[in-house]
Ligand binder design. Sequence first.
Ligand SMILES: Cc1cc2nc3c(=O)[nH]c(=O)nc-3n(C[C@H](O)[C@H](O)[C@H](O)COP(=O)(O)OP(=O)(O)OC[C@H]3O[C@@H](n4cnc5c(N)ncnc54)[C@H](O)[C@@H]3O)c2cc1C
Ligand SMILES: *[C@@H]1O[C@H](CO)[C@@H](O)[C@H](O)[C@H]1NC(C)=O
Ligand SMILES: *[C@@H]1O[C@H](CO)[C@@H](O)[C@H](O)[C@H]1NC(C)=O
Ligand SMILES: *[C@@H]1O[C@H](CO)[C@@H](O)[C@H](O)[C@H]1NC(C)=O
Ligand SMILES: *[C@@H]1O[C@H](CO)[C@@H](O)[C@H](O)[C@H]1NC(C)=O
Ligand SMILES: *[C@@H]1O[C@H](CO)[C@@H](O)[C@H](O)[C@H]1NC(C)=O
Ligand SMILES: *[C@@H]1O[C@H](CO)[C@@H](O)[C@H](O)[C@H]1NC(C)=O
Ligand SMILES: *[C@@H]1O[C@H](CO)[C@@H](O)[C@H](O)[C@H]1NC(C)=O
Ligand SMILES: *[C@@H]1O[C@H](CO)[C@@H](O)[C@H](O)[C@H]1NC(C)=O
Ligand SMILES: *[C@@H]1O[C@H](CO)[C@@H](O)[C@H](O)[C@H]1NC(C)=O
Length: 532
Amino acid sequence: MNYQYSPIFPLLTLALLLLSSPPCRATSHSSSSVNNFLQCIASKSALLLESVYTPSNPSFDLVLRALIRNRRFLTPQTPKPVAIVAPTRVSHVQATVVCARDTGVQIRIRSGGHDYEGLSYRSNVTFVILDMFNLRSIKVVVDKEFAYVQAGATLGELYYKIANQSNVHAFPAGVCTGLGTGGHFSGGGYGNLIRKYGLSVDNIVDALVVDVKGKILNRALMGEDLFWAIRGGGGASFGVIVAWKIKLVRVPAKVTVFNVPFTLEQGATDVAFKWQQVAPKLPDDLFIRLQPTVVNGTIVVKFIGMFLGESNRLVPLVNRSFPELNLMKSDCKEMSWLESILYWDNFPPGTPVEALLNRTQGARGYSKNKSDYIKTLIPKSGLETIWKLLIELANTTTANVIMQWNPYGGKMSEIPASSTPFPHRSGNLFLVQYIVFWDEEGQNVTDRNVDRVRYMHDRMSTFVSKEPREAFLNYRDNDIGSTASDETNFSDALVYGSKYFKDNFPRLTTVKAMVDPSNFFKNEQSIPPNIN
Ligand SMILES: Cc1cc2nc3c(=O)[nH]c(=O)nc-3n(C[C@H](O)[C@H](O)[C@H](O)COP(=O)(O)OP(=O)(O)OC[C@H]3O[C@@H](n4cnc5c(N)ncnc54)[C@H](O)[C@@H]3O)c2cc1C
Ligand SMILES: *[C@@H]1O[C@H](CO)[C@@H](O)[C@H](O)[C@H]1NC(C)=O
Ligand SMILES: *[C@@H]1O[C@H](CO)[C@@H](O)[C@H](O)[C@H]1NC(C)=O
Ligand SMILES: *[C@@H]1O[C@H](CO)[C@@H](O)[C@H](O)[C@H]1NC(C)=O
Ligand SMILES: *[C@@H]1O[C@H](CO)[C@@H](O)[C@H](O)[C@H]1NC(C)=O
Ligand SMILES: *[C@@H]1O[C@H](CO)[C@@H](O)[C@H](O)[C@H]1NC(C)=O
Ligand SMILES: *[C@@H]1O[C@H](CO)[C@@H](O)[C@H](O)[C@H]1NC(C)=O
Ligand SMILES: *[C@@H]1O[C@H](CO)[C@@H](O)[C@H](O)[C@H]1NC(C)=O
Ligand SMILES: *[C@@H]1O[C@H](CO)[C@@H](O)[C@H](O)[C@H]1NC(C)=O
Ligand SMILES: *[C@@H]1O[C@H](CO)[C@@H](O)[C@H](O)[C@H]1NC(C)=O
């Protein structure tokens, strides 16, 4: 295992000192910058040069597409990088940053490639992808209850490795097992343990980051400001996250899951109304997601549950606090925490847990999502309005329209809003995600379906947070602004900054100005240095 977790790896620093050549002058002419960049890479290390894919390399398209999940960004119109660098060691990440900075080439950092707007691999500027998929070791230290995980590891790999060492330990993070820890954790990271243990970032105790100078920093070296910023402020604005040190959490050997659907005739509206009142207040061991879907022109609301305990404790608990759900023992499935991961990620029943190690997932279709926060109960009449809206939007055979309502409360209400950049803590009943997905090709289909999700979001405005209308960074949405067109005009950044980070945005810009004043680490929705 190539873990360099000691503060600084002396040989590596020495090697960098010896290799660093005088900076090539930055130039505005992009093709010569790219050549300078590649020459710089070659001068650092022949081995690193072997990790570089340019468009003339036969593997270029394969490597590029391997981590593109959304076919919306796999069209001939999608701009491509001029090169992909996929380092196999940490010193190569440092060299890539130094070369890009010195030759004036922009980089986009990719770990799992699940960014909703593809900002880890798509840009209208000339850019190079720094692809982290080769850096994916995981080391679990069960007796000390922590683990080290590199940025290119997927959640599936992390979950598998934890469970391989202990059946009573886990980590609170996303439901989708293909996510990369590099992007997922730095954007907050949540899953069905959120009410018990909070976000991924609430359970991170150290990190290794390559800064704009090419230095490798752990928590002690980077200081508390930068360590605060990367836990929810998005990694891409501050440096390259190489690895995290995470605190494992405890789970019972058996957990219980369920998925109970209600049609309108079965009282879906009443149950959903009650859900809003109880789901954020239930014991922390219980997380119930509400998922309205449209089936054959009518509404089916699914209640998908995760309970940290056995069903003989769960059924009476629900009967007492949420009798409208009418949960029966026969609705419940008991399993290990690792098996619950497969269940929640919709693997077919009986899939072996080793499937979590399969990285070749490919693009799954087209989609566009948006998010909202709900702070006050939606009245029954409002729920009926929402059901009508969903049915209206699903009036096509080419699009699937669903929502996911994820309850907060529990640990989320206990953690102060300023403790990490993620600001959506107490006062929120639940997070809403709007999802439209489809399989049919064509720009006309895409435009129409993207309009559907925008329309749904527009029509929800009376029910959701206001001033600002908040949004979740990990559900990135370019509709709320993008700074790509004009690098000196940060008016859009003020908009998305306040939606994603609320009162934490000013501190993020201050940290940015401290650690990366020249704004080297950027993308279309990054944090700008101090704006006044
Ligand atoms: C199918 C699906 C399911 C999802 N489920 C959940 C969920 O349950 N919970 C949840 O919270 N979110 C969920 N998400 C959203 C997900 O957390 C974000 O898209 C997240 O940013 C993905 O991280 P990544 O490394 O896979 O993505 P990438 O596209 O590689 O990166 C995302 C962003 O982080 C930056 N970044 C990536 N790696 C690094 C690094 N090493 N250093 C610095 N910056 C970096 C990128 O430049 C980009 O800006 C889901 C997304 C999808 C597509
Ligand atoms: C929207 O969310 C769904 C469910 O999590 C996911 O499968 C899809 O990939 C997301 N869309 C985008 C644009 O990533
Ligand atoms: C690039 O420009 C096109 C056309 O204006 C736009 O649709 C797209 O979103 C832009 N890409 C990014 C990553 O901002
Ligand atoms: C742990 O992983 C090894 C290697 O993949 C495997 O052979 C073993 O069965 C796993 N053990 C458990 C308890 O999951
Ligand atoms: C939807 O309608 C089709 C055709 O009538 C039927 O075959 C299918 O079972 C229905 N689906 C559900 C979930 O009711
Ligand atoms: C719920 O509690 C009531 C009253 O105690 C009882 O009659 C009923 O059988 C319970 N239902 C379940 C599913 O346990
Ligand atoms: C990995 O998953 C892909 C997509 O689901 C599948 O085609 C492939 O067979 C799987 N590979 C293995 C080794 O299971
Ligand atoms: C579906 O509903 C949308 C939104 O009201 C509308 O614009 C569109 O024309 C409808 N499409 C069909 C096929 O009815
Ligand atoms: C989209 O455009 C193509 C080609 O112009 C056409 O064949 C197709 O029917 C259109 N699809 C829709 C849903 O309008
Ligand atoms: C900055 O951009 C916004 C919208 O993108 C525009 O309204 C504004 O006029 C611009 N400001 C300047 C000074 O160019």
